[in-house]
Write a protein that binds this ligand. Structure first.
Ligand code: C2O
Ligand code: CU
Length: 460
């Protein structure tokens, strides 16, 4: 509408400096997992030792065209074994990066070649998937952006990776107690420093009536980010990478559980000389997440309502033919769990807690090596009811396939790869098991996944 050809070209030029790989001409490059030092805390505090892909937190952004082939050699320069999971990508199982399930963890100074196709456009991310509670908290994650073949009508975009670090301000170092029984049994490892793209109090500029695409990625271990906007108005156009059939007007807060993403199209409505903000509501307090100083005007009026993003091709689920599955989540502090099985052996809760295990799925402490929740045949339609019988929220993530959330009246909701459930909540999800392999289903509150909230779905 009000976007000039020139601003469109500028947008294109900006993305053209990043490698857009076609399936034929995929370049192999290294993804180094490194120990590094960064100034994470504001000036005046010390520097922080992190683990990062490419030596930064967040790690180097990967940006490719839809349908492209991604080739990266993980070079492990860390003192610990690691692996890379490409979160939300409907990927070939062998490339899913889950240590102990789809590959062996890559030992220090070893390498591993990842090579896969990205079938869907959208906002994804990649992160370590070995001892994830520690490695993600230390910084091993980055954005993975898959661009639509036709760029949407926006002026420019911002990738905003949200995190909360637990840092001791006196030493500026990341708290290295990654197996705290309190974190495991309560809400998980939440931090005391809120950051965007590795910066505390991120500031940018924008112009009035500019339309921005914001790609929000919650990379935190356990925090639920409740986002709101000030001086910006717009729409949610995609969740967990997948476009909404109709852009949804941004009204109430947007809630992002760990690992969830949202794409927003927002228009700058703040006046020149003023500020606009993306804000997080943290423990009831409104806190700036990103502040935009409004330096001028992009045009005299706002654009009209955006068109939906083009669909990613997905098999339709038929609920009437779907196999029903059930997952009951129990345990944790104040959960009332008396006993559960661990490796087939029944134990009382106190014994389990001493083993560092706090949570159960269908009466069993979940571990990747235990029998799967379900063995499905390729093409099966599935309807999985997940019940949260615990006192805490959980963000359940299925690898390899997106699912629909089914709403209370049985209507098919948006496609997601991670679904957030509050205490006492039950949610049905439905999907077509069209990707063969051994897929993890776990809580993305990473302390929970490490202490029982993990199972698998096998598709043969
Ligand atoms: Cu984002 Cu099992 O991972
Ligand atoms: Cu959880």
């Amino acid at each position: 509408m009000h976007m000039t050809r020139r601003s469109l070209m500028a947008g294109l030029a900006a993305s053209a400096t990043l490698p857009a790989l076609s399936a034929r001409a995929a370049a192999q490059s290294n993804l180094r997992a490194q120990v590094a030092e960064m100034q994470l805390l504001p000036e005046g505090y010390g520097r922080t030792k992190i683990w990062g892909f490419g030596g930064t937190m967040p790690g180097s952004e990967i940006r490719v065209a839809q349908g492209a082939r991604v080739r990266r050699t993980l070079v492990n320069e860390l003192p610990q074994s690691t692996s890379v999971h490409w979160h939300g990508i409907r990927i070939d199982n062998a490339m899913d990066g889950v240590s102990g399930v789809t590959q062996t963890a890559v030992a220090p100074s070893d390498k591993f070649d990842y090579d896969f196709i990205v079938p869907d456009a959208g906002t994804y991310w990649y992160h370590a998937h070995n001892r994830a509670v520690e490695q993600v908290a230390r910084g091993l994650y980055g954005a993975l952006i898959v661009e639509e073949p036709t760029p949407p009508d926006i002026d420019r975009e911002e990738v905003l990776v949200l995190d909360d670090w637990r840092i001791d301000p006196a030493t500026a170092q990341i708290d290295d107690d990654f197996s705290s029984p309190h974190d495991r049994s309560h809400a998980g490892r939440t931090g005391n420093f809120i950051a965007t793209n590795g910066i505390y109090g991120l500031t940018k500029t924008a112009r009035r009536n500019e339309r921005l695409r914001l790609r929000l990625i919650n990379a935190s271990n356990a925090r639920i980010f409740e986002m709101q906007l000030a001086g910006l108005e717009g729409w949610i156009v995609a969740l967990d990478g997948m476009p909404l059939a109709t852009p949804q007007r941004f009204g109430e807060n947007l809630r992002l559980g760990p690992a969830q993403r949202a794409d927003l199209f927002v228009d700058v409505t703040a006046d020149e000389g003023g500020t606009a903000q993306v804000q997080a509501v943290l423990d009831g307090r409104v806190t700036p997440q990103v502040t935009f100083d409004i330096t001028g005007s992009a045009s005299t009026a706002r654009r009209t309502e955006p068109a939906p993003l083009p669909n990613n091709d997905h098999a339709m689920v038929s609920l009437s033919d779907a196999t029903p599955l059930k997952l009951i989540m129990e345990g944790g502090a104040m959960g009332g769990l008396r006993s559960a099985t661990l490796g087939g052996e029944r134990m009382d809760f106190r014994t389990l807690v001493n083993e560092g295990q706090m949570w159960a799925f269908n009466g069993a402490i979940g571990r990747a090596e235990d029998p799967p929740l379900a063995r499905l045949s390729r093409g099966d339609h599935v309807r999985l009811s997940v019940r949260n019988d615990t006192a805490f929220p959980h963000a359940m993530h299925l690898h390899g396939m997106h699912f629909h959330e089914i709403d209370a009246d049985g209507a098919m909701g948006p496609l997601r790869d991670t679904t957030l459930l509050f205490a006492d909540q039950t949610r049905e999800i439905a999907f077509v098991a069209d990707n063969p392999g051994n897929w993890l289903l776990h809580c993305h509150m990473l302390s929970h996944a490490a202490s029982g909230m993990m199972t698998r779905i096998e598709v043969t």
